[in-house]
Design a protein around this ligand. Structure first.
Ligand SMILES: *Cc1c(COP(=O)(O)O)cnc(C)c1O
Ligand code: SF4
Length: 335
């Protein structure tokens, strides 16, 4: 049974900005301040939780957080090489929203929903509506995982798996926990960053009362995304012994700068989060304006390496369809 009672995080989510003008207005900006603004994106609407918007700099049309969520006309441009399924998810889909590309781990798209709509997202064209039917689909995916003893790690992704309510999430976690060959449960989520209200006590209990080791991979691209609420949420998770990692996407106008990445890594480490991957943008249609060339990416990462300890440098990778892992981009290579 669905409960009708909203928990605080669901109320916070429901209060998110969905209107471009209202978001800009809250920042003291007007549509005329933003070149190329698309005030009424249709298919992939604007969605920004108020707490995340509050981390943006008032009156700055080039704010790196704002830049990640503002729809622009350039999204409609067809650019060579930018396609709707750049990472081959269609081919890797075993059915039921279960993807397996790499040995030992399978990725379950637990839900198509997110709390924020990132304009560079590689899943913006994914046919999430085909993931409908929820519970029955999870059952089928779990049966596949149970039948394959080579799998030692289940990854919940999406969309954002923490968009599932506690009841659904707990059910899913329990079922996975009962599969003896699974040793780790990894959750890929942007919610601790964009909707830290989600990290409630009950959620933390779900993650820490299981047999599998919990790993949470958050997604922050810029140091200012780690606000006070987020840091509090990360501290609670760390105290409960949840392994915390971060992945970023290298984004033009957001974090294509060694100094920004240094600040991000240092701020993450302060919160007990280790930088894991920094992804070269997946070439998804509509996101070309965020792209950084491989030559620039190498220069930025080499600049970062010269500034901070090696364990704070995320691995620069790209996803190549058909590869047996994410593909490292060699920073000694020719630019
Ligand atoms: C990215 C990805 C993973 C995780 O890869 P790691 O290198 O283990 O972080 C697993 N499965 C799929 C389908 C992926 O796209
Ligand atoms: S939260 Fe993640 S999956 Fe959702 S839109 Fe942003 S990048 Fe895409």
């Amino acid at each position: 049974m669905e409960t009708c009672q909203n928990s605080p995080w669901q109320s916070a989510l429901a209060a998110s900005f969905t209107d471009v003008r209202a978001l800009l207005d809250s920042l003291g900006l007007s549509p005329e301040d933003i070149p190329e603004l698309d005030p009424e994106p249709n298919r992939f609407r604007l969605l920004v939780p108020r707490g995340f918007a509050a981390l943006m700099r008032h009156g700055d049309p080039n704010d790196p957080l704002l830049h990640q969520v503002l729809p622009r006309r350039a999204e409609h441009d067809a650019v060579d090489g930018f396609v709707t399924d750049p990472v081959g998810d269609g081919a890797a889909n075993l059915g039921d929203g279960l993807l397996q590309k790499y040995a030992g781990r399978a990725l379950l798209m637990a839900t198509g929903a997110c709390a924020v709509h990132c304009r560079y997202c590689f899943r913006r064209h994914y046919p999430y509506s085909s993931l409908a039917g929820r519970e029955s689909r999870h059952e089928a995916a779990i049966a596949r995982i149970r039948a394959d003893p080579s799998l030692t790690e289940a990854i919940l992704s999406g969309g954002d798996p923490l968009m599932l309510d506690d009841r659904r999430l707990e059910r899913l976690v329990r079922q996975l926990d009962a599969i003896p060959h699974l040793q780790r449960l990894r959750i890929h989520t942007r919610l601790p960053v964009v909707l830290p209200e989600r990290i409630e006590e009950r959620l933390v209990r779900i993650l820490t009362s299981m047999r599998m080791r919990p790993v949470l991979v958050i997604h922050a691209n810029h140091p200012r995304e780690l606000g006070t609420e987020t840091c509090g949420a990360l501290q609670r998770l760390h105290r409960e012994d949840v392994t915390l990692l971060n992945q970023s996407v290298l984004l033009k106008g957001v974090n294509d700068d060694p100094e920004v990445l240094q600040n991000l890594s240092e701020r993450l480490f302060e919160q007990n989060v280790l930088p894991y991957y920094i992804h070269q943008l997946d070439r998804v249609q509509g996101a070309a304006h965020f792209g950084v060339s491989d030559g620039d990416a190498r220069r930025i990462l080499n600049g970062l390496r010269a500034r901070i300890p090696g364990y704070l440098v995320p691995r620069l990778v790209r996803e190549i369809p058909g590869g047996d892992s994410k593909t490292p981009i060699d920073c000694n290579g020719e630019p």
